[in-house]
Structures are given as structure tokens and as C-alpha cells.
Design a protein around this ligand. Structure first.
Ligand code: PEP
Ligand code: MG
Length: 569
């Protein structure tokens, strides 16, 4: 048995025989040839490729739906593009060379041009063009590709990478999961795996070298573990885990379209955390009431330079449109600490987590902040929007940020009177100074959202990235609970609502306490939404409130755990 660790791209456990998808490395050389013959070959190969893409599109429509299938309209467009074809023909004619070489050189020029563009949409077109060019070149050279649609037994696909056309052909009935050498959480194949709801682990570096035909592979999409030829004991353990996950998922489906209410009828919101507009699919599939945290910094981290207003507007608008009237709360740039940018040098700092980051940086570099605010406010035209500022430590910081926001809002409103008139402007409570003083912050903020990941690190003075002090991550520590209680009470006194978007909101052990403290909104990873809704439906909020009073007087986390057990929620 061999174990590999990769990036968890799509949840779930899959065990099956390997299907190795081999990408043929093409070494296309320039050859002398008759131009007429090569042009005929080029035309027939383009025609054949378009027919193939039409077929792939029909399969994608069936397997994935119209949105994902639309990528193949773009492929058909590229394959039929007359100007690319003209350039290839011109090269064949002037150089008297082979069609494969001419197409390869012209497409490479376009691919690098697209890859260097600022616009995210255009950058993505580079992948489409690569996919199409490869298909046409294979047809010119008469190379047969492995036909993924003909797979008729249960397999796990192992590949260096999967292109969009390959991923969309996967039939869930037989393809139980996939594992690749390259790729990450936001790569195209990861996004499609999540849409298909098949487990996937990417970025395994050497999986294609480590497996051979006939091997059995087990992948755990939740943890990123991949086992090649697992032992019988491990197989048994994983199969059991798999059965339980499937049975539980099916049972929870009954809660997808229900309201989020406690046993005694108190209404709460259960929302999802997202890092990109694609993640909205998961929130909706799991019946999320809203997006409680859109971490906008991923857009910045994935860019080669500061994302433009248009790029941001496109991304925020897409998320809002996809939510179809359900609220999306966008958090403004939370950069610094462990989140760095390729194109910006942070000043050297002794303690980056306590340093120049998030709202501090945005208030200092207001042009960056204003660009983002403009993009967010403009996107409000398409639905229900909330905006919140991260890492607020003082009332003055919030007031300053809101003042800038108000001014930008007025400017954008002049340009487009259709933008929303009901944008809520809130703040994250991640620093103890904000937690203890929430009531006063709420004179200015429309809502607060508690970021327990940071609140915990600043309250316990324990770096969240340092495993030597990770024992201090104690969401059930009475001091932390007291701090959260103060925050919720402070906001409620000021008549404002309180959410939580740190990991604690989706932690089933903590949920009864949060219900008891009167938390209004729970925002978590999409895969926890249904479990949380089902659990909350069994909690009596009054009984939970009683429990909170007992918990805040406990000595430590262990005692809190015992009190929780006693209440048996
Ligand atoms: C938090 O700190 O709890 C939070 C939600 O923000 P992040 O994890 O992105 O710092
Ligand atoms: Mg945080």
C-alpha cells in the first residue's frame, strides 16, 4: 500500500480500479508538404473536431447541465474562428509546411496572448483554445484519444490533469472519482468535480507515476488522502465510512428546502462561505439561505496584478446573480498575515498577523479600497447585498471605512440609479476590542459577523498557523464563549443582527451554545449546511439558553464539554 497526500478538491470517498488517462506528448516538427493537401486536411480535421465537440456538449448537457455545457459553445466558436484558420492557411502556404505545425504555432501565439491578458474571462479562454487546438491536431495526425464516454465499469481516473472536455464527459455512474498530478481547489477540474459531486483529490504531484493498470485506488476527497492498493482492513474502514457518508447525505436531503428553525420555532439563517462565484453552486445545492462570507481576497491572490474594477465587478455580479435574490455578503480585502500577494511587497514585520493587513491596509491605500467598493456597489444591481470590513479594532476605523463607502456609494448611484438602496454595511468581530464594545460599534454598523478563527487567535494570543500552540484553539473555552455572548448581546441591544462566519459556526458541538446565545446567522462551508439545519431543528433555544448560563461559569473547555453532554442536544 502507498499513501499520497494532495489537495482536497471535492468531498467524499471513492474506491475503484484505476483508469489511467494518458496524455500523449506531441512533438510537432515542421515538415515540407504540399499546401493544397495540407489545407484539405486542415479543413476536414476542423469539421471532424466540431462534430466531436457537439457530441461532447450533448453529453455535458446531460451530465452537468446548461451552464457547464456552455463552455463547449466557446470551443465550437474557437474551432470555427475564421481569422485563426486564415492565419494557419497563410502559414501553410508561405512556408509550404504541414498543417499540424502551422496550427500548433499559430495557436501557441494566441494562447500566450490570452494568458497574458488582465481580464480573467480572456485568461480562461487560453485553456479553451489549448483544448480545441489539441483536438484538431490529434485529428490532423490521426491520433485516437481514449474515449471516456465508453467507460462501462467503476473506475477512478488518474491523470496528469483533466481538461474541461474530459471532465464533462465523465459519467458519474462509472467514474467514481479522480486524482491528478496537478491542479488545486479552484482549477477547472475541481470546480466540475464539485458540480458533479464526485470525490476528487488534485495536486498529488506523482500519482501518474505511482499507479499502474489494475491497481485499486481509494480517495478521500475530504482529507486529500489517496491510497494505492489499500490493505483489506483499510478498505473495510473506508467502505464503511463511504456507506455512512452516502446514507447521511441522503437522509439530510429532506432538509434542503426547509426553513432553518429551532425546535421551538425560532428562525435563524444558515449560510455558506465562498471563495469564488463557482462556490455558489455548492451553497445552493445544499439549500443555503445566503452567502454569509465571500472571501474576496482569493480573487486578489489568484491574480498577477491588482484585479481591476471590471474584473471584480464581473466576479461579484456573477455570485449575486447566481444566488437569485438570496443575500450575498462580500468581505472587503482581507490580505496580510499568511495571505500574501505576488505583486505587492508587504513591509518587513515582526508579527504579520498583528501588523499591516486587511482594513488597515485598505484605509492606508484608499485607491485599492475604492476600486473594490465601486465594484461591489455596482454589482448590487443584481440582487441582495451585504458588505463587511475585516479586522476592525476601533470604532474610528469602522467610521472611516463607512465614510469612504458612503461617498463611493453616492458616486456610483449617480452613474447608475438602479443599484440597490438596501445594502447592509457591517463589520467582522475578530479582535477582542471589537467584541467587548460591539454595542457602540453597532451605532454605526448595520450588522456584525463574528470571525472566530481570528477572534480565537487574538484572544488566546496563539498564532493560528503554529501547530505548537494549536491546543489553544478552544472554541468551547468559557472565555471565548463569554466574549461571543458579549458580542451578541451588544449587537442585540443596539437592535442589530449578528452572524458568525468563522469555523465555529459549522462546528456541531458549538451550535447548541450559539443557538442559546441567540446567534442570528450561521455561515459555514456548504457541505455542513444540511447537517447544521437538521441539528438546529432538534434544539430547544430556551433550554440552550439555560445551558449557556451554566457554561460561562465553567473553569475550562473540558467542563463545558461535560455540560454540553448533560444537555444531550
Ligand atoms: C475568521 O477569522 O473567523 C474568518 C472568518 O476570517 P478568515 O478565516 O478568512 O480570517
Ligand atoms: Mg479572519
Amino acid at each position: 500500500m502507498k499513501k499520497l497526500m494532495g489537495i482536497s478538491a471535492s468531498q467524499g470517498i471513492a474506491i475503484a480500479k484505476v483508469f489511467e488517462l494518458k496524455h500523449i506528448e506531441l512533438d510537432i516538427v515542421k515538415q515540407k508538404s504540399e499546401p493544397e493537401k495540407e489545407i484539405v486536411l486542415l479543413n476536414s480535421s476542423i469539421k471532424k473536431s466540431i462534430e466531436e465537440i457537439e457530441k461532447v456538449k450533448a453529453i455535458a448537457l446531460k451530465n452537468l447541465g446548461p451552464e457547464e455545457a456552455s463552455v463547449f459553445d466557446a470551443h465550437i466558436q474557437v474551432a470555427s474562428d475564421p481569422s485563426i484558420k486564415e492565419e494557419v492557411i497563410a502559414l501553410i502556404t508561405t512556408e509550404k509546411c504541414n498543417a499540424a505545425f502551422a496550427l500548433d504555432s499559430i495557436s501557441k501565439n494566441y494562447i500566450s496572448m490570452f494568458e497574458n491578458m488582465e481580464d480573467i474571462y480572456m485568461k480562461e479562454r487560453a485553456a479553451d483554445l489549448k483544448d480545441v487546438a489539441r483536438r484538431v491536431i490529434y485529428n490532423i495526425l490521426g491520433i485516437k484519444t481514449q474515449d471516456l464516454t465508453s467507460i462501462n465499469e467503476e473506475v477512478i481516473i488518474v491523470a496528469f490533469d483533466l481538461t474541461p472536455s474530459e471532465t464533462s464527459q465523465l459519467n458519474k455512474k462509472f467514474v467514481k472519482g479522480f486524482a491528478t498530478d496537478i491542479g488545486g481547489k479552484t482549477s477547472h477540474s475541481a470546480i466540475m468535480a464539485r458540480s458533479l459531486e464526485i470525490p476528487a483529490v488534485l495536486g498529488l504531484k506523482t500519482i501518474t507515476e505511482d499507479v499502474k493498470d489494475g491497481d485499486i485506488v481509494a480517495i478521500n476527497g475530504g482529507t486529500g488522502e489517496v491510497f494505492i492498493n489499500p490493505t483489506p482492513e483499510l478498505l473495510k474502514e473506508l467502505s464503511l465510512m463511504q456507506k455512512n457518508i452516502i446514507a447521511e447525505k441522503e437522509r439530510l436531503q429532506a432538509f434542503k428546502n426547509l426553513k432553518s428553525v429551532t425546535k421551538d420555532g425560532k428562525h435563524v439563517e444558515i449560510a455558506g462561505n465562498i471563495g469564488s462565484p463557482n462556490d455558489v453552486n455548492g451553497v445552493l445545492e445544499n439549500g443555503g439561505d445566503a452567502v454569509g462570507l465571500f472571501r474576496s481576497e482569493f480573487l486578489y491572490m489568484d491574480s498577477e496584478d491588482w484585479p481591476t474594477e471590471e474584473e471584480q465587478y464581473e466576479s461579484y455580479s456573477l455570485a449575486i446573480k447566481k444566488m437569485k435574490g438570496k443575500k450575498v455578503i462580500i468581505r472587503t480585502l482581507d490580505i496580510g498575515g499568511d495571505k500574501t500577494l505576488k505583486y505587492f511587497t508587504f513591509p518587513p514585520e515582526m508579527n504579520p498577523f498583528l501588523g499591516y493587513r486587511a482594513i488597515r491596509l485598505c484605509l492606508d491605500k484608499q485607491d485599492i479600497f475604492i476600486t473594490q467598493l465601486r465594484a461591489i456597489i455596482r454589482a448590487s444591481e443584481f440582487g441582495k447585498l451585504g458588505i463587511m470590513f475585516p479586522m476592525i479594532a476601533t470604532v474610528d476605523e469602522f467610521r472611516k471605512a463607512r465614510e469612504i463607502y458612503d461617498k463611493v456609494y453616492k458616486d456610483v448611484l449617480k452613474e447608475n440609479p438602479k443599484i440597490s438602496k438596501e445594502i447592509e454595511v457591517g463589520m467582522m468581530v475578530e479582535i477582542p476590542s471589537a467584541a467587548v464594545h460591539t454595542e457602540v460599534f453597532c451605532k454605526y454598523a448595520d450588522f456584525v459577523s463574528i470571525g472566530t478563527n481570528d477572534l480565537m487567535q487574538y484572544s488566546m494570543a496563539s498564532d493560528r498557523m503554529n501547530e505548537n500552540v494549536s491546543y489553544l484553539y478552544q472554541p468551547l473555552n468559557p472565555s471565548i464563549i463569554k466574549l461571543i455572548k458579549m458580542t451578541i448581546e451588544g449587537a442585540h441591544k443596539a437592535g442589530k443582527w449578528v452572524g458568525m462566519c468563522g469555523e465555529m459556526a459549522g462546528d456541531m458541538t458549538a451550535i447548541p451554545l450559539l443557538v442559546g446565545m441567540g446567534l442570528d446567522e450561521f455561515s459555514m462551508s456548504a457541505s455542513s449546511i444540511l447537517e447544521a439545519r437538521e441539528f438546529i431543528s432538534r434544539i430547544d433555544s430556551k433550554k440552550a439558553k439555560e445551558m449557556v448560563e451554566e457554561v460561562v461559569m465553567a473553569d475550562n473547555q473540558e467542563q463545558v464539554e461535560n455540560i454540553l453532554k448533560k444537555y444531550k442536544f
